[in-house]
Write a protein that binds this ligand. Sequence first.
Ligand SMILES: [Zn+2]
Length: 267
Amino acid sequence: MEKANFEMKMSTVLANAVNEPGKIMAAYNAFYGYSFGNQLLAFMQCIARDIPLGPIATYKAWSEKGRQVTKGQKAISLCMPVSCKVKDTDKKTGEEKEKGFTRFVFRNRWFVLAQTEGPEMEMPKVPAWDEATALAALKIERVSFEHPNGNVQGYATTERKVAVNPLAQLPLKTLFHELGHIMLGHTDVTAHDFGELPRDIKEVEAESVALLCLAALNLPGQEYCRGYIQSWLKGQEIPEKSAQKIMHAADVILKAGRGDLNKDGAA
Ligand SMILES: [Zn+2]
């Protein structure tokens, strides 16, 4: 297998995307069935190779749709999770146990519509994002705003409840930010590191989730998000671990709103 030239550093992918939000929207619209990381990877490869954006599928999946990959076309690389198992010896008891973990590997397996031939195909329409569908799938409840400070735009509670100030300047941005806090685990009192993450990191993470969601759906408030993120980052880079969490949380929130959260098949 040919080795992919793309390094999967989410912080770099995220930084590029944040600086050029138009990319996020284009990548989301073309490849919304895939994870954010893979959407942006597919996007970058298409641009680099001058391939028009369009639906992607494996060789086999195209055949099943009645289309053939054009001779000489090279596949697009995406990152896939692979479940692995290792034998682990318990240091205290000496007992051998199987431990499972997930590894990410690149696979050259996908072709864009423009790399295939066959009968005309109807372009899939990106399903709209629906708040009620998202909240139900994420098991998050939206409650009425009861914060004594009217300047607060919104908040998330440890009981998976979110509230948005009825006078919030950008209500949807605030909703994505608060959903972000919950999906990033900031409000999870059962997490082993609950309360340890500094406030600046939490705010950067939640606002980055909001930015990715707004950018993908082409909604207003992105400029504001960027300013807010920069003000908390104070010139620092977004840590790699945070970048991975951000992309995953945004993925899940978008998927949930499309009604795709529990469907299989998306990488
Ligand atoms: Zn916040």
